[in-house]
Design a protein around this ligand. Structure first.
Ligand code: PTJ
Length: 242
């Protein structure tokens, strides 16, 4: 895979695929994560493998929402950890939002490997190894969370998600920011802000946006969040796909 010539028209997509495969080999990503990536690739192909204007607006509003929140958290799964580890660490550093590993196919071994992987990319403390709270109404292993992290956060940023937890978090009264290439997924439909973009573009974009927004006052940030229309963003993404 690494022999792909850089001038190959789908170089970036193929290298992304390689990162997920490498994540599985390292024990960071689940095998099911390969299937999720394939599903994501299909939608990415349909939106033209670029950040749509509506996704750009969602990323901007999400960046403002994270900065405004008194308690915020970045939830990390095995796919996001393989695809954008350094960028997630950067986002955590510049927003002050801690990282918490939260897995659907949870094994203690994989949680620890992801924490070490994030730390190898510069993270300090990463939550998730010792969950001490549960998301009410959720029966999957995703319900295991840290009280000082996801459980108490007002804003949860989930670079990739399964719909059940998104719904449960919203049910707890939290604002959920989800990145999901499928605008029809339950996650995208349930989230407070749905970013229909690839995490490999969305997270670096947000790092840049947060850098810019950090110099703005609270009133400006509130305006950005209030002006954003999530339903319209999802409809725009669907229009682009069609
Ligand atoms: O590491 P774990 O155990 O927490 O497992 C993670 C996966 C992703 C395997 C698990 O949460 C899962 O099975 O998710 P789903 O239900 O397959 O949903 C994944 C969603 O992410 C789908 O709607 C995909 O379209 C979307 N997706 C896949 N790759 C990307 C993506 N969205 C943005 N960027 C991607 N690179």
């Amino acid at each position: 895979m690494t022999d792909i010539p850089p001038d190959h028209p789908r170089y970036f997509s193929l290298m992304t695929r390689h990162r997920i495969v490498s994540g599985v080999e390292k024990g960071i990503t689940s095998q099911e994560g390969l299937i999720a990536q394939g599903r994501g690739e299909a939608f990415d192909y349909l939106i033209g493998e670029e950040t749509l204007p509506s996704a750009h607006a969602a990323e901007y509003a999400a960046s403002a929402m994270i900065l405004l929140a008194k308690r915020r958290i970045i939830s990390v799964n095995g796919n996001a950890a393989a695809l954008v580890p350094a960028e997630l660490v950067q986002l955590s550093e510049i927003t002050g939002a801690p990282l918490e590993v939260n897995l659907f196919y949870r094994t203690e071994e994989r949680v620890l490997k992801i924490i070490k992987h994030l730390q190898a990319h510069g993270a300090g403390q990463v939550l998730g190894a010792q969950p001490d709270a549960a998301i009410p109404g959720l029966t999957s292993k995703r319900s295991n969370v840290c009280h000082s992290g996801i459980y108490l956060a007002y804003v949860v940023f989930v670079p990739m998600e399964d719909g059940d937890r998104c719904e449960a978090l919203v049910g707890m009264g939290k604002q959920v920011i989800a990145v999901d290439l499928n605008p029809l997924s339950r996650t995208a439909q349930q989230a407070t802000i749905s970013i229909v973009d690839n995490v490999v573009r969305a997270v670096p974009n947000m790092v840049e946006m947060v850098r810019e927004l950090k110099s703005r006052d609270e009133g400006y940030l509130q305006g950005v969040v209030m002006d954003f229309d999530n339903k319209k963003g999802l409809a725009d993404a669907m229009d682009s796909i069609i």
